[in-house]
Design a protein around this ligand. Sequence first.
Ligand SMILES: Cc1cc2nc3c(=O)[nH]c(=O)nc-3n(C[C@H](O)[C@H](O)[C@H](O)COP(=O)(O)O)c2cc1C
Length: 334
Amino acid sequence: MKTDPQRAARLSVAPMMDWTDQHCRYFHRLLSRETLLYTEMVTAPALVRGGAVHLLDHDAAEHPVALQLGGSDPRELAQAARLGADAGYDEINLNCGCPSDRVQSGTFGAVLMTHPRLVADCVLAMREAVDVEVTVKCRIGVDDQDPEVVLPDFLDHIARAGCRRVTIHARKAWLQGLSPKENRDIPPLDYDLVHRMKARFPDLHISINGGITSLDEARAHLDAGLDGVMIGRAAYHQPADILCGADPMIFGTGAASDPVEAVRAMLPYIEAHLASGGRLHQITRHMLGAFAGRPGARSWRRMLSEGAVHKGAGPELVEAALAQIVEMPERQAG
Ligand SMILES: Cc1cc2nc3c(=O)[nH]c(=O)nc-3n(C[C@H](O)[C@H](O)[C@H](O)COP(=O)(O)O)c2cc1C
């Protein structure tokens, strides 16, 4: 299916290692037809040197879906991008924001904020290798860099290399002394700087990311002139709050989706997964927050998190947990 990832990027679910796997994305797609979905980061060396092409597996229903790559070798990234495009991804994104130790040691992720010329070379090589759009996800800077200086210079480099779309996680990464988790919370957010970058680079499609927890906040950023909003943790933990209203509120299409219907639509997918030897919790772990804030949510979460790990657990457990939601609407929120 041909899709327009640039249009879809008005709202996107962030790439999140171990979270936005193909099961998670399948579920999110049932909640929003339009929102752009990102894979977890896949490293170029794993694909190119390790031959781990199974990391590219995805379902046709996931489109529009972008592959995020990690790496810093232009030739290897170009090869990885080609593998991704051949596998059917609508966009190839380069990770310049991830601060984990493992990623730093391979000279990729956020440390690339200190190598804008190398990033431009990577973008150029990837663009030459594929027809789909090549995009970048970055921070506003790292360590003692001055974001006011570094970020425009970085954007200038990637724009000159032909990158037309970028997502900016609106905080620095501190490469020493903070865990990856702390690096998502402790460095202060600077939304204003991202908005000023849009004024300075009007031709660049700029999405803002970091700490956005509602569609109202997302709308406010769009109304103030940004092109897109990327939401990570809130979309994962409260998918209904973020994704069910996304199509009408952000894209002006269709009606709000119903998480109960989405869960029911997961049942055939779950059955197929079990039939091919998979386990229930591999899918349901991404659905625990489906009813966050609704009556019965706590029972839903508990039944699935305790029951789905058992061997032989199947769709009947999901249906029983769903009964906690649909049959007890008057109960207090879980
Ligand atoms: C569990 C987890 C894994 C993540 N993995 C990645 C990743 O693979 N690539 C990436 O660019 N960012 C990754 N991130 C960062 C998110 O994409 C996002 O930039 C960050 O969570 C801030 O957005 P939020 O406040 O909306 O969650 C990860 C975040 C989390 C919580």
